[in-house]
Design a protein around this ligand. Structure first.
Ligand SMILES: Cc1cc2nc3c(=O)[nH]c(=O)nc-3n(C[C@H](O)[C@H](O)[C@H](O)COP(=O)(O)OP(=O)(O)OC[C@H]3O[C@@H](n4cnc5c(N)ncnc54)[C@H](O)[C@@H]3O)c2cc1C
Length: 434
């Protein structure tokens, strides 16, 4: 049995700790805040409660696999349900498309309704990622990217200089289709000029597997994992900040923290590795993707009915997530802002066609800087700076023996499903206790 210390109690750290404890290791998790979850948390005011980070996830199989491999099946503990409508995009010209997930046919109909002929264009674009998805899943998402095991096709794909921006310019004349396809990257804080074209497979994943949520709030995932760590006897040290990894003769011996050293044999870094001196020089070229402007709104009165996430495309790109918990007769929305936001976000929303200023009961604003300070890093992970970002990120292994990396800053990137995959890769790389 190895002593494993996981640094960071966000989804990446929780998932790694749960898997490694089930594999028989003696696991300690170190978290600097009093609570676990990182971005997977909630915040409340005046009877309203909002998820602070994720509200849906793609690839539900990743969360299911995590639960199965660390104890009881997911269905025994949580309700993970498919959302009917992934998102509604409202464009500056007044048109809109309501985008369902889970099948080609329903997306075809939605785009045809937007304009005749767009259904085929969209579905052909999405289908063009089917082969890439199979290759990437096998060689990049489900096993470490190593020159000796990675197929030539995947190596070629990852080396390609084509960007999402270029692919979209080539594929779509209609700017609305480009906006829909580029949306996940813009929301993630990236410039589509710097995101490799193969990442467009996001649209394929969304169409094929849909988006999933936990009614009552995604924060329930954090609570279920925290309970699982307790069952698996993981030692959880909250309000403890890891400052570095201590090596003796090249081997890991401890994690240095502000409350003293934690003796250990193996470390999983589930925070931004630039924050640990032992890893910083190995990720010197990476930069964090900045979180969006976040505004949680508590509303009452005659509030417009929003059935799903609504994106208002304009000078600023505003994502309205209506799924928070509110007192009777009210609504709890979260607005995420990207782009040119030189005015109050409520005014920007009103200008872009959704005016709820008269209905405001309470609001909580969280700037990108406040979020990054709160979580001591960005939950959005590493900024895409072109094709080399894939190899400049660490994980599951790192150049330091005995130190592994999971979470949004590790391979394969940010977002619940990818962070979940990073934890699976780390558990596979460390293996069962002997
Ligand atoms: C506003 C917002 C909306 C999002 N929406 C979605 C969505 O709808 N769907 C989706 O899939 N993803 C979404 N994401 C992204 C997703 O939440 C993250 O990619 C994921 O939760 C990151 O998990 P993590 O564990 O890597 O990092 P974090 O959640 O950032 O957790 C890191 C943890 O490490 C702790 N820590 C930092 N430094 C130290 C240290 N030195 N010592 C000890 N502990 C430390 C922090 O306090 C924190 O708890 C969203 C993110 C944000 C911010």
């Amino acid at each position: 049995m190895a002593r494993v210390t996981v640094i960071g109690g966000g989804f990446g750290g929780l998932a790694s700790a749960a898997r490694l404890a089930k594999l028989g290791h003696e696991v300690t998790l170190v978290e600097r805040l009093p609570t676990l979850g990182g971005a997977l948390d909630s915040i409340s005011a005046r009877g309203f409660t909002w998820d602070t980070g994720p509200t849906t996830t793609l690839l539900p199989g990743v969360v299911r696999d995590l639960f199965r491999k660390s104890g009881r099946q997911l269905d025994a503990e949580l309700d993970l349900v498919a959302v009917d409508l992934i998102r509604e995009h409202r464009f500056a010209d007044g048109s809109s498309v309501r985008l369902p997930g889970g099948s080609r046919g329903v997306q075809y109909d939605a785009f045809e309704e937007l304009e005749a002929g767009l259904g085929d264009l969209w579905c052909d674009y999405v289908a063009s990622f089917a082969d890439d998805w199979d290759l990437i899943r096998r060689d990049y998402l489900e096993r470490p990217l190593l020159p000796e095991t990675t197929s030539k096709q995947v190596q070629r794909l990852l080396r390609s200089r084509e960007s999402v921006y270029k692919r979209l310019r080539k594929t779509f004349r209609d700017p609305r289709l480009r906006q829909v396809a580029a949306y996940p990257f813009v929301l993630g804080g990236h410039d589509p000029r710097n995101v490799p074209a193969w990442m467009g497979m996001h649209a394929y994943v969304e169409q094929r597997f849909g988006a999933w949520t936990i009614p009552g709030g995604m924060v329930a995932l954090r609570d279920a994992l925290a309970a699982r760590l307790e069952t698996r006897k993981v030692r959880v040290l909250t309000e403890t900040t890891a400052t570095d990894v201590v090596l003796r003769e090249g081997a890991v011996v401890a994690v240095a923290t502000d409350s003293g050293p934690v003796d250990t044999d193996v470390v999983v870094c589930a925070i931004d590795p630039r924050r640990l001196p032992v890893l910083a020089r190995h990720v010197a070229r990476t930069m964090p993707a900045i979180p969006p402007v976040v505004c949680h709104l508590g509303l009452d009165g005659e509030i417009p009915e929003l059935t799903s996430e609504v994106v208002l495309h304009g000078d600023a790109e505003l994502t309205v997530r209506p799924g928070g918990r509110a007192p009777e007769g009210g609504a709890a929305w979260t607005v995420l802002g990207r782009g040119r936001l030189s005015e109050d976000i409520l005014n920007a929303m009103a200008r872009q066609g959704l005016d709820v200023r008269r209905h405001l009961v309470t609001r909580i604003d969280r700037s990108p800087k406040e979020q990054a300070e709160h979580w001591a890093g960005s939950p959005m992970g590493v900024l895409w700076q072109g094709r080399s970002t894939v190899t400049e990120r660490v994980g599951p292994a790192t150049p330091v023996p005995g130190v592994y990396a999971a979470g949004a800053h590790a391979t394969p990137g940010a977002g619940i499903p990818f962070v979940g995959l990073s934890a699976a890769l780390v558990a596979e790389a460390i293996g069962p206790a002997r």
